[in-house]
Design a protein around this ligand. Structure first.
Ligand code: PMP
Length: 398
């Protein structure tokens, strides 16, 4: 690329063709044109997924996926969609209608997306402009903060109380005239527990557009906040096919909101963001109640089994969970979380350190895996608690 027609004196001096290495470091010419807020923000880091795909020998107990592969009915729906993959997809109204019925809302209250990640991104781009604020109770899913910063917004992080309760008065106090969004996550990643309706209503009463990310809802038997949309047009619920439905690679998620909000979000979302393959696979999964119930039951039983075993270990405090993961406080074992992660990795198990904002102490997060993987995890983790495997050399967070 060359640029010779600059009329502005400062721009005429920039060197536009230095290539990709310049882009990474924010070279001068790029800075002259790209949105300034991008230089102060990092993108969401999903590199641990590539690491897991490159090391298939390692059990993926690190990214809150469903360990059970898709059922045949879902695979066949995806395969038959492939036979028509030469056409652009439709808007997936059948899936929208099925998810509306599943969630108990009107079809006009549903927006589909490329995973709930896309809906979270669309919501952020719809409301946040440079200088705006978003209130984010932490610890929570890191993507909220990432997207707010990339859009030039200020993330106002509100820590939980010392006993891990959501600090409602502090959240309400954090709201200013610049606040455009609040991000809640229920059940919360990484805390594991749901918000109560009382807590949610106390936040909704501020009148600020409020996202409740319910990605893990169907991993347990907690409550959906979708019915509150009828009373609170400022509520946007996000949900997904990635967790209890077990279709993370298919990339289908959805938002639930007042029809006027959905209509606005649809203007911001790109067209064709849900593939025909994703839509048909998801529709088959939603239509067959066994798909979800098998997984919900499996996840719940294995989680409760792991929780009970972890509770018996000295110095180990697993957090009660309604999700497909358990966050484990290992602070009182006297060993850093990096030791646990490294020792598990040496035994071919991928875990995640939880090093979220203002979370003091040492935490490890384990995703519910296959029965054998969970057994292996318990065995390795128990040895680590007792320090029996010696000190770790690998401290990567993968
Ligand atoms: N929300 C939360 C709280 C998550 O933990 C994740 C992914 N781990 C997502 C959303 C992303 O979900 P999706 O696959 O629907 O984009």
């Amino acid at each position: 690329m060359t640029r010779t027609d600059a009329t502005d004196g400062t721009r005429a001096s920039v060197q536009p063709d230095r290539g990709a290495s310049d882009a990474a470091s924010g070279g001068q010419w790029l800075r002259a044109f790209a949105r300034p807020e991008l230089w102060a923000a990092a993108g969401y880091d999903a590199s641990h997924h590539d690491f897991a795909w490159q090391h298939r020998e390692l059990a993926r107990l690190m990214s809150n996926e469903c360990p059970l592969p898709p059922d045949d009915v879902v695979i066949e729906a995806a395969m038959s969609a492939m036979r028509e993959a030469n056409f652009y997809p439709n808007s997936a109204w059948e899936l929208r209608d099925a998810l509306a019925a599943f969630a108990g809302v009107e079809p006009a209250s549903v927006i589909l997306g490329n995973g709930s990640t896309e809906i979270l991104d669309v919501v952020t781009r719809t409301f946040i402009t440079p200088g705006d604020e978003a209130v984010i109770p932490v610890p929570t899913y890191a993507f909220f903060e990432t997207q707010v910063r990339l859009n030039g917004g200020n993330a106002i992080l509100v820590p939980t109380t010392a006993d891990l309760a959501f600090d409602i008065p502090a959240i309400r106090r954090a709201v200013t005239s610049r606040t455009k969004l609040v991000f809640l996550c229920s059940p919360n990643n990484p805390i594991g527990r749901s918000w109560t309706e009382e807590e949610v209503v106390a936040v909704l009463e501020t009148g600020i557009p409020t996202v409740i990310d319910q990605a893990y809802l169907e991993c347990g038997y907690g409550r959906s906040f979708a019915p509150l949309i009828a009373r609170y047009p400022n509520l946007i619920v996000t949900r997904t096919m990635s967790k209890a439905f077990g279709l993370a690679a298919v990339r289908v998620g959805y938002g639930l909101a007042d029809p006027a909000v959905v209509e606005l979000l649809l203007r911001v979302r790109i067209p064709f963001s849900v593939s025909l393959i994703g839509a048909r696979a998801s529709l088959a999964a939603v239509r067959d109640p066994r798909v979800l119930e098998t997984r919900r039951r499996y996840i719940s039983e294995e989680r409760d089994r792991l929780f009970a075993a972890l509770s018996d270990l000295p110095g180990v405090v697993p957090w009660p969970s309604e999700t497909n993961f358990i966050t484990i406080d290992v602070t009182r074992t006297g060993r850093p979380s990096s030791d646990y992660v490294a020792e598990a990795k040496a035994e071919h198990l991928l875990l995640r350190r939880v090093a979220a904002h203002r979370l003091e102490g040492q935490y490890v997060r384990v995703t519910i895996g296959l029965h054998d993987e969970n057994d292996r995890f318990l065995e390795v983790f128990t040895r680590s608690v007792h320090g029996a495997t010696g000190s770790a050399t690998d401290t990567t967070a993968h």
